[in-house]
Design a protein around this ligand. Structure first.
Ligand code: SF4
Length: 294
């Protein structure tokens, strides 16, 4: 992995429209300490929409390829400390970490940027939400720290229970993620499992998701979740490999309906992600909302 370090000017990105602003309790900001993703050559890199976003396309140099290069904001923890210290509406911050890279990709073992950002968050008890979204069990290295942040939710992506898909995760990878969910819950950390995107799965998947014990489960499809009604996925390497009609949402909708009958915390796509209850009330006055977006 080629790593290019930069000194960024900002680390919390205000969300004014788009995926994270959809739903009852939208996110106010995203936090991404890298452009590119170290899991980009992993199975999910084949359908990942982050490779087509400006964050990567305009930041990369000609010799930097998706999944082989990472542009790292090496001063992310310092920037976060400064932004949180002076934020005029810190109590209403709802932060998604991260929509365009994985906070627990392999290089985190060396850089520990997620850990150092979490150490900053742990100094504040008054934010509304931090959703830490990952596909990696590396988060277990930080379990003590995660448990100290009262507004933190772990978002664990588990797209299928089938290890035999040519475009999906291995059995060991699936098991590691379910085990990480179990350990996080045992430490009192709230968990939202994201079946995103929903891949072909067995009839037992719904029961397995329910028995994992997460407070919330969100289901998403390629059509609803890639931000362009499936157009981004259509241009992805995954679309060339897939042996089923990934545009058909029926499978994902059926899983959603099955779960909804048996669990109160089930969400669909963007609105589901943005459905996590807050600790504080959202500012209701437009002036307050503008301040929260600064
Ligand atoms: S972990 Fe997420 S951001 Fe990284 S390649 Fe996979 S889908 Fe994309």
């Amino acid at each position: 992995m080629h790593i290019r370090s930069i000194r960024a000017k900002s680390i919390l990105t205000p969300q004014r429209r788009g995926f994270l602003q959809t739903g009852e309790r939208p996110f106010t900001h995203s936090l991404s300490w890298a452009a590119g993703c170290g899991l980009g050559k992993h199975y999910c890199g084949a359908f990942c929409y982050a490779r087509s976003l400006p964050n990567w396309r305009f930041a990369r140099q000609d010799d930097e390829a998706w999944g082989e290069a990472l542009i790292v904001k090496s001063n992310a923890p310092e920037l976060l400390a400064a932004q949180l210290a002076r934020h005029p509406a810190r109590q209403s911050l709802r932060i998604f970490c991260s929509p365009v890279t994985d906070p627990y990709q392999p290089v985190e073992r060396k850089l520990r940027l997620t850990r150092r950002c979490l150490q900053v968050f742990a100094q504040y008890a008054d934010l509304d939400l931090l959703l830490l979204q990952t596909r990696s069990a590396l988060l277990l290295d930080d379990l003590d720290l995660l448990a100290q942040i009262p507004y933190l939710w772990l978002g664990m992506t588990i797209e299928t229970d089938r290890p035999d898909l040519p475009y999906g995760p291995t059995r060991a990878n699936i098991e590691r993620r379910f085990a990480a969910v179990e350990q996080a819950l045992a430490r009192g950390i709230r968990v939202q499992i994201a079946v995103a995107p929903c891949l072909p799965h067995t009839d037992d998947f719904a029961a397995r998701l329910l028995s994992a014990g997460a407070q919330r489960i969100v289901i998403d499809s390629f059509g609803s979740g890639d931000g362009r009604s499936g157009a981004r996925t259509a241009n992805s390497p995954f679309a060339r490999k897939a042996d089923y009609d990934w545009r058909d949402e029926k499978m994902a909708r059926a899983l959603y309906e099955r779960l909804r009958l048996r669990h109160k915390g089930i969400g669909w796509s963007a609105a589901g992600f943005a459905g996590i209850p807050g600790r504080s009330r959202r500012p209701s006055h437009p002036c307050q909302q503008r301040r929260a977006a600064l």
